[in-house]
Design a protein around this ligand. Structure first.
Ligand code: UDP
Length: 253
């Protein structure tokens, strides 16, 4: 699909105009960035793995009745999605302390939280996606109170679904980030899970060993990121069990 109109290019994905109105094609790049793009690399195969993993999770969400933007996978790196109005917030759900909440509140990484905690960050790279409160969100009009309530409910449903998926394959879902978009259906707005769900936006630890299987492998120089993502995909049955990164991922159709 050459010469398609590019709508937007982000750090890990590109959005192109889709074949029909109301659709986009989402292309997964091999680029990895961390610390607000101060650390960058190209990781062979990451885009292919994330395309497949995001497809897996979004289809699962659809199967349990959680609305999302996914329509179908087109090829190794691209999927067809519904175009949505992205709400400019990163919605983070945490089950265990790690990353920024550990730093902010002085909690040892891995500390179980008393209940899942939902946080919002305002999406603005120049500002480093700052943590914001519901007061800020309402006052600045980024979302209405009803949207916020719906976003929290949606995020917690996604948390329950993903926690179960990962637990079944011996992985602890420490935290994750989703983005949420608005779709208009017959003049009524509806919130749906958008963007991607992949090890780029989750913290995933092996339940037994605590080994990290997510983007912290890249952020903290802990090994080969594609190997970690391949292991996640293999456990979830997205890749055949005999595939190793050295042999290059072979994807099941
Ligand atoms: N996260 C993300 N994109 C961001 C910021 C965070 O996908 O721009 C994910 C991150 O991978 C982790 C969760 O959200 O799974 C919580 O991240 P945290 O606030 O701890 O920030 P970090 O330590 O990653 O800077």
């Amino acid at each position: 699909m050459a010469r398609r109109k590019k709508i937007y290019e982000g750090k890990a994905k590109i959005l192109y105009e889709g074949p029909e109105p109301g659709t986009f094609v989402q292309y997964f790049k091999d680029d990895a960035t961390a610390f607000n793009a101060q650390k960058k690399a190209t990781i062979d195969g990451k885009g292919v793995l994330n395309n497949r993993l995001s497809e897996f999770f979004m289809k699962g969400l659809t199967q349990v009745g959680i609305p999302n933007h996914f329509i179908k996978r087109i090829n190794m790196r691209e999927q067809l999605i519904r175009s949505v109005e992205i709400i400019p917030l990163e919605v983070i759900v945490r089950n265990f302390a790690a990353g920024s909440i550990s730093t902010r509140l002085g909690l040892a990484e891995g500390t179980p939280l008393p209940r899942p905690i939902v946080e919002f960050c305002y999406k603005d790279d120049k500002l480093g996606d700052p943590l914001v409160s519901e007061e800020h969100i309402i006052a600045f009009g980024w979302a209405a109170q009803q949207d916020l309530d719906d976003m929290v409910a949606l995020a917690l449903r996604v948390n329950d679904f993903l926690s179960g998926c990962f637990l079944a394959v011996g992985i602890k879902l420490v935290d994750f980030k989703i983005e949420i978009g608005r779709i208009w259906e017959n003049d009524f707005p509806r919130l749906v899970v958008a963007d991607e769900i992949s090890p780029d936006s989750c913290r995933l630890w092996d339940i037994e060993s605590g080994q990290k299987l997510d983007k912290d492998v890249f952020r903290r120089d802990l090994g080969d990121l594609a190997d970690a993502y391949t292991e996640v995909a293999r456990r979830l049955g997205v890749l055949p069990s005999n595939v190793t990164h050295a042999a290059k991922p072979t994807l099941i159709n």
